[in-house]
Design a protein around this ligand. Structure first.
Ligand SMILES: [Mg+2]
Length: 412
């Protein structure tokens, strides 16, 4: 049975243990049975509004005995993060419950003075003036921290705005990328990791693919979805694909039910997919043109991404002209590269992108090479047998494909 496969069980709350004010079938009995088996249990919720004590009281009133130490809310986790990082003055969009978790760790939430960080949780009375104030603080250099990124939740009369919707408004206007504490991001899970014996077999049980399942898999933890629906996924490597779907928590104790454990597919889960272009350009000595990029300090083939309204040929010609002041002609398509294992790239901003890149053989027809220092530190021709060692890991393959000089294009 599944209960025997793990030492530590992480439960989401809303939609798993209870739904609104109603306790869900099997949850009380499930927690009791796991305790009888000596299992460790934690409850991880993205809801930043209540304090841990309030949730503890609520579960106890539902006759599910828990201790405060077993409950980890995104609000309390955010307070932990701030305290660990010596952030003691914040501008907070938050409920009284969340503010009391902050104040319990000595974090001030004054509204009228400068602050070290803007902290966004949920407050249904949040208004445009507060959101505008948050943006002003970010413009003055405050850090941007959010409890979670859930954009909406189901209400009695339809979808309701959640923390992520407020975060998105601030992100769009300020251009600042927030650090997000809750699921599917790592910090909330790191609190659990610190409390369990290293090597413990751990599973997350939740009802959300985007937070519970994705979050667990990003941390290398197995993930079980509580659902009665059948699901379809576009890729067998989709991080949001649960390792098991169960309709009821009591399935954890059925003798013939087991979880097929999560195997990391070898790439980070991207935030978005973007079309990209690259150029292989040889000089008369058959040396290849490489550029050293400012953003990562690595050598690469000249490359960039497609702007709205461009063809791929227009995109590569524009990139070369902008970055190197060279005019090029496109001779042929060498290959299309989409394998996420090599095509997923993470940036210092925290954003991870999956590029689908078309690589073209190009030749120089005009211009005088001059690197645009905003993006390129250096540009030079290299012998194809002596490439620099600090080159983007997938580009030697693209060059090998170009040197193969085939009449067809590669699809990798
Ligand atoms: Mg849930």
């Amino acid at each position: 049975m599944i209960a025997d496969q793990y030492d530590v069980f992480l439960f989401d709350l809303d939609g798993v243990i209870y739904c609104g004010d109603a306790i869900l079938v099997g949850s009380r009995s499930c927690i009791r049975k796991l305790r009888a088996l000596g299992k460790k249990i934690y409850f991880l919720t993205n809801d930043p509004r209540p304090t841990r004590q309030e949730l503890c009281d609520r579960l106890n009133s539902m006759k599910i005995p828990v201790s405060k130490e077993e409950i980890i809310t995104s609000g309390w986790a955010t307070a932990q993060y701030l305290a660990e990082n010596n952030i003691s003055d914040v501008f907070a969009i938050a409920t009284e419950g969340f503010i009391s978790e902050l104040e319990a760790l000595g974090i001030c939430t004054r509204m009228d003075v400068s602050c070290q960080a803007v902290v966004v949780g949920y407050n249904e009375n949040a208004n445009f003036i507060q959101i505008q104030q948050a943006i002003r603080h970010l413009e003055k250099g405050s850090r941007f921290i959010a409890t979670n990124a859930d954009q909406s939740f189901p209400g009695q009369n339809g979808r309701c705005m959640a923390t992520g919707a407020i975060v998105e408004m601030i992100r769009m206007v300020s251009g600042n990328q927030p650090l997000i504490i809750g699921k599917p991001y790592s910090y909330i899970f790191s609190i659990v990791f610190r409390r369990v014996i290293p090597g413990s077999r751990m599973v997350m049980i939740g009802d959300s693919l985007e937070t519970d399942i994705l979050g667990a898999h990003r941390q290398g933890i197995d993930a079980i979805l509580l659902s009665k629906d059948k699901l379809c996924f576009s890729s067998k490597y989709d991080y949001r694909m649960p390792d098991k779907i169960i309709p009821n928590l009591l399935d954890l104790f059925k003798p013939d039910v087991k979880v097929k454990c999560w195997r990391h597919p070898g790439f980070l889960w991207p935030d978005d997919v973007k079309p990209g272009v690259a150029a292989v350009i040889f000089n008369a000595q058959h040396q290849v043109l490489l550029v050293k990029r400012n953003d990562n300090g690595l050598w690469s083939l000249p490359s960039g991404h497609l702007e709205i309204g461009e063809t791929v040929v227009e995109a590569i010609k524009r990139e070369i002209q902008e970055e190197l002041s060279l005019i090029v002609d496109v001779k042929k398509l060498i290959g299309v590269y989409s394998d996420p294992v090599s095509q997923v790239v993470s940036y210092p901003s925290g954003v991870t992108t999956h590029f689908i890149t078309l690589s073209f053989l190009c030749c120089i027809t005009g211009g005088c090479m001059q690197a645009d220092n905003r993006e390129i530190a250096e540009a030079a021709f290299f012998e194809t047998s002596h490439l620099p060692t600090n080159i983007l890991n997938m580009h030697p393959q693209w060059l090998t494909d170009a040197l193969a000089n085939q009449s067809f294009s590669f699809f990798r």
